[in-house]
Ligand binder design. Structure first.
Ligand SMILES: Nc1ncnc2c1ncn2[C@@H]1O[C@H](COP(=O)(O)OP(=O)(O)O)[C@@H](O)[C@H]1O
Ligand SMILES: Cc1ncc(COP(=O)(O)OP(=O)(O)O)c(N)n1
Length: 268
């Protein structure tokens, strides 16, 4: 058994450092969790949007998974951008035998509006991957796709969270209200109880990578054995601080600040 909590992310890259694998590894590091990564797609993107995408060949995704799984135990893992059905199939095959919490961030579209997943893969994600997840963390458009229902209010967030667990088979659902107006309210349904997490809405366009940062925080905390509602509370506080002190760098939507919860570090 490891002494050090270890977590794995399976996702695409962001060379500008705000989202994807880079955001996940920065977050794991901030939570003193040893981070590992499987790259699914190399994405040429920055704060203004996605310029190009190169998908890693399926056999290399499989080999990366084998390399990590055969060598280093981890206590939680997450998926982010998984662009097509072939990738999803190999991931389902490799993760099904694992007996540690799986956190699925059902990444579909970046803040810039660029699609990160093939149209025909969305259904596979909902039908085959989602039921394997201990927790799924959709934003409003992703939850609308999964449930087929429009989401406009907090009550709609609650209904979506319940439906994703009861009808679609996730262990728990955290439906994020970042795309609604007013307070930033997220709803967790853990199969028993609704939990509500809220913060003031911060007036900023620097929200690149917020979803990745949030789900990576939860993954790191679960890898340390922290119970789900407490992990989400701590992760919500972390992502809120990271948005509040986000960096105005780049020409578009700037990234979150992973040092924001360190008292002595950079605040903007
Ligand atoms: N302007 C904002 N102020 C405060 N919190 C926000 C803001 N925008 C998003 N959030 C929060 O950031 C987290 C990520 O949510 P969201 O933006 O909905 O996801 P995604 O990045 O996947 O689209 C959630 O906790 C959400 O409530
Ligand atoms: C490679 C990669 N994965 C995921 C995203 C989407 O990130 P997210 O945290 O949902 O935030 P935005 O970047 O959409 O604001 C991405 N851009 N790239």
């Amino acid at each position: 058994m490891n002494q050090i909590p270890c977590a794995l992310t399976i996702a695409g890259t962001d060379p500008s450092g705000g989202a994807g694998i880079q955001a996940d590894l920065k977050t794991f590091q901030e939570f003193t969790c040893y981070g590992m990564s499987i790259i699914t797609s190399v994405v040429a993107q920055n704060t203004t949007g996605v310029q190009d995408v190169h998908h890693i060949p399926i056999n290399m995704i499989e080999k990366q998974l084998d390399s990590v799984i055969s060598d280093i135990p981890f206590q939680a893992y997450k998926t982010g951008m998984i662009a097509n059905i072939d990738m999803m199939e190999v991931i389902v095959q490799k993760i099904t035998p694992l007996n540690v919490p799986y956190i699925m961030d059902p990444v579909m579209v970046a803040t810039s509006g660029d699609s990160l997943i093939a149209e025909e893969a969305r259904n596979f994600l909902r039908e085959q991957l989602l039921p394997l997840a201990a927790l799924v963390t959709p934003n409003v458009p992703e939850a609308e796709y999964i449930t087929g229902e429009s989401i406009k209010t907090v009550n709609d967030l609650q209904q979506a969270a319940e439906q994703i667990v009861v009808k679609h088979g996730a262990g728990a659902a955290l439906v994020k209200g970042g795309h609604l107006d007013g307070e930033a309210i997220d709803i967790l349904y853990d199969g028993n109880k609704m939990h509500r997490f809220s913060s003031e809405r911060i007036d900023t366009n620097n929200t690149h990578g917020t979803g990745c940062t949030y789900s990576a925080s939860i993954t790191a905390l679960l890898s340390k054995g922290i119970p789900l509602p407490a992990a989400v509370k701590q992760a919500k506080d972390y992502v809120t601080a990271a948005i509040r002190h986000s960096f105005s760098i780049g020409k578009g939507n700037g990234p979150t600040n992973h040092w924001a919860t360190r008292p002595e570090e950079v605040k903007q």
